[in-house]
Design a protein around this ligand. Structure first.
Ligand code: ZN
Length: 179
């Protein structure tokens, strides 16, 4: 079942997601619904707070850039991250444009570390530790921010951030639920 998206201005996007204590049918159903919702919107990642569930859980299907000029972009397999912990960011960062299903139509460059270590639980309940780099690391960090109440626009600084304000106000107005 597709789930309604929480848009910029919704307080749930600013809350820290609660730890998932048990991977039960409810969590499995939530993940299945999140996958359907993400794919429907052609998203590359989705965090539980974006579908109004304040939990430390997100999914990714990160893009993989082509290795040669005549090749196409592909996608990494779908990944589920429950109660994630990110560590060991590399000092070197890289900047590229990000967007977010909760902030439609807004894109801005964000600098993030090239590589990070991620410890998380998968849907089978197994704890794993893995290194991610490039776009995959970026999508993971973007989604991990969501479960900490952080949005990518918070990482856009100075004049560039100010330039986003009119668009953000518009989104807030358009998607706010009438009282
Ligand atoms: Zn997002």
């Amino acid at each position: 079942m597709k789930l309604p998206i929480a848009y910029y201005g919704d307080p749930i996007l600013r809350k820290k997601g609660a730890r998932v204590e048990e991977i039960n049918d409810e969590i499995r159903q939530l993940v299945a619904d999140m996958i359907e919702t993400m794919d429907d919107k052609d998203g590359i990642g989705l965090a539980a707070p974006q579908v109004h569930r304040s939990l430390a859980l997100f999914i990714t299907r990160a893009p993989i850039p082509p290795k040669a000029e005549d090749e196409e972009w592909t996608s990494a397999p779908l990944r589920v991250f429950i109660n994630p912990k990110i560590s060991d960011p590399t000092p070197e960062g890289w900047e590229t444009s990000e967007g977010c299903l909760s902030i439609p139509g807004v894109y801005a460059p964000v600098t993030r570390p090239w590589k990070v270590k991620v410890e998380a639980t998968n849907l089978e309940g197994e704890r794993f530790e893995e290194e991610f780099s490039g776009y995959e690391a970026r999508v993971i960090m973007h989604e991990n921010d969501h479960i900490n109440g952080v949005l990518f626009i918070d990482r856009v600084l100075g004049r560039l951030r100010q330039e986003l304000d009119p668009k953000l106000r518009e989104i807030k107005k358009r998607y706010s639920i009438p009282k």
